[in-house]
Design a protein around this ligand. Structure first.
Ligand code: B12
Ligand code: SF4
Ligand code: SF4
Length: 359
């Protein structure tokens, strides 16, 4: 049953034409808007189930928890007929000046997390949903929600093609987009699907620091740094060096991608493109959640932010002054008196100390 925010019971306005809705989305900041029918995304379901069976999901839940649900739009809206998919662009190169010289070693953040792009994406999708509701139809907005496989919906709606790096790439623009959809019971003609434009290129497969793209379009999450930063437990020792100074997400399979090297979309101004590792490692739980609580952190436990920061610190290039600060910080996580120590963090601190040659 739809609530008041999903349908309008007041005097109905005429149903807007597809191009009118598309223009509303573009005016609201989307770079592409595409239409597809709301039949199940059967291929994606098969992919989800087969990856799960092969263990390639690395224990991920998200859309993998219930592949039938996340590929069946009628589970979101029983009489759904159309998905209207939108792509929101985000900046992918940091501004030239990256802070003052006094700043501590920096932790890298993947571009999609520099600010809350999903909020803007949802607002733009709401702008499309509003006239549908005014016309008496139901419209629900879904973005990065476990109940819909966004890439599969985008591909079927003709937004872009399925890249070998598994991202959706927009023709002439690449993959620096977050994706979402309006699910509605209003009827529209589907757009045409865009064919593959990767051709013989395979830079993303070769450019992945851990070899996580195990076949065209297939990411083995057990090796993907973006996922490993989000898993509970120890960060796997064999991928710690490859992690570099990343603390959230990984962009390598996009930065090497020729179609994604177009002029970056402008920075909005409130992006946080990196964080100071020393500050992260001295922050309280509350401060950490305040700073990065928007991210996916296992069990929302700030220890995992510290765990990631310790690995990043172990990989950082430090000045001699910074080495002294690093040494005392690492001693704090791995003190001589082990009676009250957090075993996970002390092990990562020991690893970082060895990496930095501070033992
Ligand atoms: C789980 C998940 C992850 C996992 C696993 C990703 C993966 N590739 O399997 C992890 C944590 C690793 C991850 C990482 C990232 N993610 Co993510 N993630 C999701 C999530 C929650 C579900 C994805 C899903 O269901 N996958 C299941 C399978 C079926 O889909 P898929 O792997 O995406 O497969 C598509 C392609 O691989 C292709 N495909 C399948 N088989 C084949 C075969 C061939 C030959 C080819 C060419 C293609 C192809 O078609 C599939 C669609 O049917 C979605 C949000 C959502 N609700 O959908 C975001 C989402 C996919 N992620 C997104 C982003 C931005 C990222 C990162 C770029 C973030 C970062 N910088 O760290 C990385 C990219 C890593 C990568 N190469 O995929 C965006 C994608 C935007 C885009 N333009 O494609 C999404 C859609 C979030 C959003 N709403 O915007 N993500
Ligand atoms: S996000 Fe990074 S680790 Fe994951 S597939 Fe892409 S390049 Fe590889
Ligand atoms: S790097 Fe090449 S193969 Fe990979 S997604 Fe981009 S164009 Fe396709």
């Amino acid at each position: 049953m739809a609530d008041d925010s999903e349908t309008s019971a007041t005097t109905a306005m005429p149903l807007p034409a597809a191009d009118e809705l598309r223009q509303i989305g573009l005016d609201a900041g989307l770079d592409a808007v595409g239409f597809t029918h709301a039949e199940p995304l059967t291929e994606a379901r098969v992919v989800l189930e087969s990856r799960k069976a092969q263990g390639l999901h690395g224990g991920m839940q998200f859309t993998y928890r219930n592949p039938e649900r996340s590929t069946t739009p009628s589970r979101i809206l029983a009489d759904a007929t159309t998905l209207i998919v939108g792509a929101w662009p985000y900046a992918n190169r940091p501004p030239d000046s990256r802070g003052s010289e006094e700043a501590g070693p920096q932790a890298e953040i993947a571009a999609y997390a520099w600010r809350d792009h999903y909020r803007d994406l949802r607002l733009a999708l709401e702008a499309i949903a509003a006239p549908l509701r005014q016309a008496g139809f139901t419209a629900r907005v879904m973005a990065d929600d476990n109940s819909l496989v966004d890439r599969a919906a985008a591909i079927r709606a003709g937004i872009g093609w399925a890249g070998k790096n598994s991202n959706v790439l927009l023709p002439g623009a690449g993959s620096w987009y977050v994706l979402g959809a309006v699910i509605t019971n209003a009827q529209y003609q589907p757009d045409r699907v865009i064919g593959d434009q990767c051709g013989t290129c395979r830079r993303c497969l070769d450019g992945c620091p851990t070899g996580a793209i195990v076949a065209d379009g297939v990411v083995d999450a057990r090796r993907c740094l973006a996922w490993l930063l989000q898993v509970e437990g120890d960060f796997p020792i064999e991928y710690r060096e490859a992690l570099g100074t990343r603390i959230y997400g990984c962009d390598d399979c996009q930065t090497v991608c020729p179609p994604s090297r177009n002029e970056p979309t402008g920075l909005v101004g409130d992006e946080v493109t990196s964080l100071d590792l020393f500050e992260l490692l001295t922050a309280s739980d509350d401060e950490l959640i305040e700073a990065v609580g928007r991210w996916y952190i296992p069990r929302r436990d700030p220890r995992y932010v510290r765990r990631n920061a310790l690995v990043a610190l172990g990989n950082a290039q430090l000045s001699s002054a910074q080495e002294e600060t690093a040494r005392s910080l690492l001693d704090r996580f791995d003190p001589p008196d082990t009676s009250s120590v957090d075993n996970m963090l002390s092990e990562h601190a020991r690893w970082a100390r060895t990496q930095l040659g501070l033992s």
